[in-house]
Design a protein around this ligand. Structure first.
Ligand code: GDP
Length: 182
């Protein structure tokens, strides 16, 4: 890749309940791959990915934190000096949406005031094309996600690490909001 552009490093942290697909979103973005039965992340994993957005070259430094409660107290260590955060829930799991709102509150209280936050309703492939109804798999509506994002000033996407739906788009949208290096 051409390196004529200055490279802007962006520390990005993933937050969300266990098994919503945080590691899978990173795997899709970094390797364009998906694993049906992923081993859970213990503690935190670190990966980087470069991408070019217009005149900017961004190097995402991605911290994927474990969703298990016993690691929750470590999260501040990861988001404290992060420029961006992906807060992930599973569109089929209402409890994961409640948890996402908790993380958003915590970021607003404790992370950098200008942190760029993207809210991701993941596992979109499970509900794609289904008709609304009592036994529908979708348990969090697009409107609920959009409403929280609007109120809290977040980017919002429904994503699928499995199909790849909107995965690059999330990172590109974050990249767009990163100020150009001078
Ligand atoms: P994490 O604990 O939040 O990092 O979640 P993982 O990435 O480990 O994913 C948990 C489980 O959900 C794994 O079995 C994944 O294969 C599955 N999974 C992750 N993303 C998706 C998705 O977009 N769609 C579907 N159907 N399954 C997914």
């Amino acid at each position: 890749m051409s390196t004529s552009n200055p490279v802007t490093a962006v520390k990005l942290v993933l937050l969300g309940e266990a098994a919503v697909g945080k590691s899978s979103l990173v795997l899709r973005f970094v390797s364009n791959d998906f694993q049906e039965n992923k081993e859970p992340t213990i503690g935190a994993a670190f990966l980087t990915q470069r991408c070019t957005i217009g005149a900017k070259t961004i190097k995402f430094e991605i911290w994927d934190t474990a969703g298990q409660e016993r690691f929750a107290s470590l999260a501040p260590m990861y988001y404290r000096n992060a420029q961006a955060a992906l807060v992930v829930y599973d569109v089929t799991k209402p409890a994961s949406f409640i948890k996402a709102r908790h993380w958003i509150r915590e970021l607003h209280e404790q992370a950098a005031p200008n942190i760029i936050i993207a809210l991701c309703g993941n596992k979109y492939d499970l509900i794609e094309g289904e008709i609304e109804g009592e036994d529908a798999k979708r348990k969090v509506s697009v409107e609920e996600g959009q409403k929280v994002a609007e109120e809290e000033g977040l980017l919002f996407f429904e994503t699928s690490a499995k199909s790849g739906h909107n995965v690059n788009e999330v990172f590109m949208a974050i990249g767009h909001k990163i100020p150009e290096k001078r």
